[in-house]
Design a binder for this molecule. Structure first.
Ligand SMILES: C[S@@+](CC[C@H](N)C(=O)[O-])C[C@H]1O[C@@H](n2cnc3c(N)ncnc32)[C@H](O)[C@@H]1O
Length: 410
């Protein structure tokens, strides 16, 4: 049956359990795409790899995988999730050691620079978090160190004053905050234990493979470049990706989501990632894109709200630029599978799935199909602020479209 919903399936198998992230791809979708369109495939690329859901699935299927993402925290998580080089025992020993050491230390730590630290953290959690960070810095094995870092990242988030279940940074209300008393050591230990179990499961899957696949994860802006040394032209058999739904100011603020963890882990030096993400910079004039329906929707939107139309156009212009590059690195008879949602802006439904089809056709690809998927699991805001006016919201999307394109023989 052509069911892409996977209602009730666990999205937390293997290393998928490691870390939350906005709009994560459902592993089963990536798995089914690889099994349906990746027959005999050896290489997979995800230009917006985020935390690496499609990369993990590619690895489990024995493919060499390549991922690029502009967000350093997402890359750190993707690197951890695709790493199967550690021994189960070594991780277990380090967790036991952590438990022995961390409760027996009172050392006063210097903390990394966290903007508005008093807004986002209670005084009581700062030194414990500082001690965990110090412990991690002292771990010699970089793989195990990374395993600890991503558990720490979730510990930071859960020890902070941010409302849980939100992507943007929203502080708890004062009465809630008063009664709130997170325990960073306990949170860290439970994340480590949980992730260790996921790792064992992942490692077991990999041990069954005859050939050990490789993961390469790189930090760059996929609208402006694809590293031609690591990913040469015509080298990729299948692309499986879920690009952002729109500019991060009005859809998913990946930078804001990642900020506290990134600062505690010193991954960024205070720069605003969100303005660098796709559609982060508004255009000055409307471009003509190779998609009639998209041009016409943006044109009508422009008459109602020129600034918003220019923001929307910036996103699609970046998407086109990225697809032009992705098209080159896919091999002949290779597939590009894009999981996207069609969102509304100012009550206009933006035809992202058709635009993706048009952009790939513009690059000589053949349209294969669009699978429809309802969204029961994916954690993402169901409402956004399409007008950018506080309090005004509308549905982000109703379902997902999985657009499948094929590169024909040259
Ligand atoms: C929908 S998320 C991908 C989630 C991923 N499939 C997962 O399961 O974790 C989109 C990703 O695109 C990244 N991104 C946005 N603009 C980008 C750009 N210009 N270059 C590279 N990555 C970008 C964001 O940082 C975010 O991680």
């Amino acid at each position: 049956m052509d069911d892409w919903t996977f209602n009730g399936s666990s999205t937390r198998e293997y290393t998928h359990v490691y870390h939350d992230y906005p709009a994560r791809m459902i592993p089963q979708v990536a798995r089914k795409l690889i099994r349906t369109y990746g027959n005999n495939a050896k290489t997979l690329y995800d230009p917006y790899c985020g935390t690496g859901s499609s990369l993990v699935e590619g690895i489990v299927e024995g493919l060499d995988v390549f991922g690029t993402d502009i967000n350093p925290l997402a890359r750190l998580i993707a690197e951890a999730k695709t790493d199967y080089s550690m021994s189960n025992d070594d991780i277990s020993k380090e967790i036991s050691n952590f438990q022995n050491v961390i409760y027996n230390t009172n050392r006063k730590m210097n903390l990394p620079l966290i903007r508005n630290v008093d807004t986002w953290f209670k005084k009581e959690v700062l030194q414990p978090l500082g001690r965990i960070r110090f412990y991690i810095d002292e771990i010699q094995d970089v793989h195990i160190q990374r395993f600890f870092k991503i558990a720490f990242s979730e510990t930071v988030r859960e020890s902070s004053n941010t409302r849980k279940g939100e992507f943007k940074l929203f502080r708890y209300a004062p009465d809630k905050l008063k009664a709130y008393s997170p325990d960073p050591y306990r949170i860290m230990l439970s994340k480590l234990q949980r992730n260790w179990k996921g790792y064992i499961q992942f490692n077991e899957m990999i041990s069954k493979l005859e050939r050990k696949p490789k993961a390469t994860i790189m930090g760059l802006n996929s609208t402006t470049e694809i590293p031609c040394k690591e990913i040469p032209e015509n080298s990729i058999d299948i692309v499986v990706t879920s690009p952002p739904y729109g500019d991060s100011h009005t859809t998913v603020a990946y930078g804001q989501y990642s900020r506290l963890s990134s600062e505690w882990l010193s991954l960024t030096n205070g720069e605003n990632i969100d303005s660098k993400l796709m559609g982060g910079k508004r255009l000055k004039i409307l471009p003509t894109l190779p998609s009639e329906i998209l041009n016409s929707v943006i044109g009508i939107l422009y008459e109602k709200n020129p600034n918003r139309a220019l923001e929307v156009a910036a996103f699609y212009s970046d998407l086109l630029s990225s697809i032009n590059k992705v098209s080159k690195i896919v091999d002949e008879n290779g597939f590009a599978c894009y999981v996207v949602g069609n969102r509304t802006v100012n009550s206009f439904l933006l035809p992202t799935s058709t635009a993706i089809k048009d952009f790939f056709e513009y690059n000589g690809f053949e349209y294969i199909t669009t699978h429809l998927r309802e969204i029961p699991n994916k954690r993402m805001p169901s409402k956004n602020s399409p007008t950018n006016v506080a309090g005004e919201t509308s549905k982000t999307m109703l379902n997902e479209h999985i657009v499948v394109m094929k590169k024909n023989k040259f």
